[in-house]
Design a protein around this ligand. Structure first.
Ligand code: PLP
Length: 481
């Protein structure tokens, strides 16, 4: 293949050939994904034997490299966009955004400052405004930034909270979160230099919602001890059960106590687009900062997270530096430099995919897709409640449902039920036919489905349940008396 070694370029013809080959592979994948196995299982040894080599000094044929990648690499990756990927929070994605991402990369837009791309900055402003409006945050004073994901959005939020509420001295600062809060928040708190003694993990109630009384007691005690309660993290959809903390009451406490109210809506926030979700998420508009994760339930490909804030100046106050080498591109204040709003200077043009997909499908398509996930989980709940073999452990909430195999005729102990459900998940995973994991609720091992993929059908779910039932029969529990 003719290529210019000195400039790292290909001829026009070869560029097209390679590009079409790639697009054909992606389209074929999108059209056949549901027939594939969602799970890739491989040991380090197997992967090493396929891929481990020294960096090649000599060139290879680009089409062959691509073919190798499509055949060997992409076939050995778990597909979180697969309709039978129920575990964690899947990433359903959508094809229009894939094209948006390809364009952003193809043009290699630097989306850090106004001067380097006014249109990229403007599209980020516009799409952030769409989201501010959706979540009822102030459109004029509010603001936000796209990040690599929810973890980075939470980190950005907590850095902002610390700066605004504590300034430089955070030695007495205390932060509150529930025992269901996503681990990325604890990670962020540690990165920011807080000690263990400054973190209060508040127990949740039976519905996995942060307990208001326990929170109030904890804050009062900390004040008595001369400490400085500065931030509370509320959940708008916990990863485990989809539970939403009592956001309105929490916001009142925060207001009274002068505490920053961060809400982690990484997975659940998007449900604002559906009537049922909007009802559950009442109070979300009271956040000082809010994490949402477009690469989850807004159907964007990885990586795309988002932080929204009530007051845009809180971000600039926290993240603005003025080095001499960026002086020429500072511009005027209405022309936003996103490097002033977060951690990254160089940023990919993430807003483009979001913009293109909403423009193409229309917001109403997103509303329907999100609503259908919520409905599907509710339908599954109703189905399981009718069954003598299945038990709903926690009802469908924001498209998440927790349940376990529990044949009522069998009189199994709790530990046997744990073992059985572990076994079912293990077997399903080993079969690679579905990505179905367990979680632990009130010390019970349960199966968990997160049904946010609009291409997951009722038949997919039935097929998976049948599979589980077949594996359950193979359990060693039945072997000996
Ligand atoms: C997924 C998730 C995160 C982390 O987001 P990433 O995009 O994986 O970094 C944080 N909080 C919640 C509630 C999540 O579901």
């Amino acid at each position: 293949m003719p290529m210019d070694q000195n400039t790292l370029t290909l001829s026009e013809e070869d560029m097209r050939k390679l590009g079409y080959q790639m697009i054909d592979a992606i389209v074929a994948h999108h059209k056949t994904q549901h027939e594939k196995r969602p799970l890739a299982l491989a040991s380090r040894e197997e992967m090493d034997s396929l891929f481990l080599e020294e960096a090649p000094e000599k060139p290879s044929n680009a089409n062959e490299v691509l073919e190798f990648v499509v055949e060997k690499v992409l076939t050995r990756s778990t597909l979180l966009s697969h309709p039978k990927s129920y575990a964690f929070v899947p990433g359903p994605s959508n094809y229009v955004s894939v094209i948006g991402d390809a364009l952003a990369t193809g043009y290699n837009i630097f989306s850090g400052s106004w001067v380097t791309s006014p249109a990229a900055a403007e599209l980020e402003i516009v799409t952030i405004q769409w989201l501010l409006r959706l979540f009822g945050l102030p459109k004029k004073k509010g603001g936000g930034i796209f990040t690599s994901g929810g973890s980075m959005a939470n980190l950005t939020a907590l850095a902002t909270a610390r700066n605004i509420k504590c300034g430089d001295d955070f030695s007495k600062a205390v932060i509150y979160l529930s025992d269901q809060t996503h681990s990325s928040n604890i990670k962020a708190i540690r990165i920011l230099g807080f000690k263990k003694e400054q973190i209060r993990i508040i127990p949740t109630d039976n519905e996995f919602k942060l307990s208001l009384n326990k929170l109030k007691n904890c804050i009062a005690k900390d004040r008595l001890n001369g400490l400085h309660p500065f931030c509370l993290i509320g959940n708008a959809g916990t990863t485990n059960t989809g539970s939403v903390d009592p956001l309105t009451q929490l916001s009142k406490i925060c207001k009274e106590e002068d505490i920053w109210f961060h809400i982690d809506g990484a997975y659940g926030g998007a449900a604002m687009l559906s009537p049922k979700g909007k009802k559950l998420l009442k109070g979300i508009s009271k956040a000082d900062s809010l994490t949402v994760d477009p690469h989850k339930w807004f159907f964007q490909p990885y990586e795309m997270g988002c932080l929204l804030v009530r007051n845009y100046r809180h971000l600039t106050h926290t993240f603005t530096e003025r080095p001499e080498y960026l002086k020429d591109i500072e511009g005027n204040t209405s022309e936003i430099n996103f490097y002033d709003l977060g951690v990254q200077l160089t940023r990919r043009f993430n807003a483009l995919k979001f913009y293109m997909s909403v423009k193409t499908f229309g917001l109403n398509a997103f509303r329907k897709a999100i609503g259908s996930g919520i409905d599907l989980a509710e339908r599954l709940e109703a189905h399981l409640r009718q069954s003598k073999q299945w038990q709903v452990v926690f009802p469908a909430t924001l498209a998440v449902i927790n349940f376990r195999y529990h044949p009522i005729e069998e009189n199994l102990s709790e530990s046997q039920l744990d073992e059985l459900n572990h076994f079912i998940s293990e077997q399903v995973m080993e079969s690679q036919l579905a990505l179905l994991a367990t979680t632990s609720l009130h010390d019970q091992v349960v199966l968990r489905m997160c049904l946010i993929n609009p291409r997951t059908t009722w038949e997919d779910i039935q097929h998976t349940l049948t599979l589980c039932e077949a594996f359950a029969k193979q359990s060693s529990l039945w072997a000996s008396p």
